[in-house]
Write a protein that binds this ligand. Sequence first.
Ligand SMILES: NC(=O)c1ccc[n+]([C@@H]2O[C@H](COP(=O)([O-])OP(=O)(O)OC[C@H]3O[C@@H](n4cnc5c(N)ncnc54)[C@H](OP(=O)(O)O)[C@@H]3O)[C@@H](O)[C@H]2O)c1
Length: 225
Amino acid sequence: MKQILITGAGRGIGEQLAHILSEENKVLVLTRNTSALKKLNHPNLIAEQFDLEKNNVSQLAAEIFKRHQFNPDIVINNAGLLVNKPFEKITRSEMEAVYRVNVFGLMEICQAVIPLLKAGSHIVNIGSMGGFQGSAKFSGLSVYSSSKAAVASFSECLAEELKDKKIAVNCLALGAAQTEMLNEAFPGYKAPVSANEMAAFISDFSLNANQWINGKVIPVSLSTP
Ligand SMILES: NC(=O)c1ccc[n+]([C@@H]2O[C@H](COP(=O)([O-])OP(=O)(O)OC[C@H]3O[C@@H](n4cnc5c(N)ncnc54)[C@H](OP(=O)(O)O)[C@@H]3O)[C@@H](O)[C@H]2O)c1
């Protein structure tokens, strides 16, 4: 039984990841809204209320890991915040919120887990096709997509730093999946993949791919925009 950390699992892909992975693994979830997961009352699933926008993310996360004697084998940095607004209208506080969740929060979670990770562990950072170099871009997503480009580059760099410890780091640059985030940003847009289908792919990748893949940014997309 592996120990798996998932960030951002109150809804969307993260919630589906928590369902799938807790079937056969011990899963700790850090997310703002824990109510749906707590209602499940699953013996393999712990949901802790956590806001990645706050200060001291790495210290707060380390305290939670210690309290639960949690030593992750797999970390899925899934939490994400999207603001869809023309660049000229986006405010400094919106930019900061996006970067605090998508970049700084993710980095601080990595800082909290790295001392606990053993050889063979896998960090999976959830990026976006929007942050994948050369992909088609969507108007209104400059701040969100650039934050995901940072996640992609960070993943490559962290893999280099951790390779001697045999800890793999990869970034999945997701294409569109039908979730609340997509519905809110692009009402009426029909994605080719459901949240559950995307979560099934991410689960399998997180459990197995580190044997063959490290330091890569992988587009997870059915089209080549
Ligand atoms: N859906 C797509 O088409 C698509 C495409 C490319 C990339 N992605 C990426 O895939 C990941 C999952 O997206 P999704 O579509 O499932 O989005 P979603 O439905 O909006 O879910 C995002 C999750 O992130 C969590 N989150 C947001 N702000 C947080 C904060 N301050 N602290 C802790 N958790 C926070 C939310 O937690 P709570 O529920 O607890 O509030 C939520 O569970 C994100 O990184 C997203 O950028 C999605």
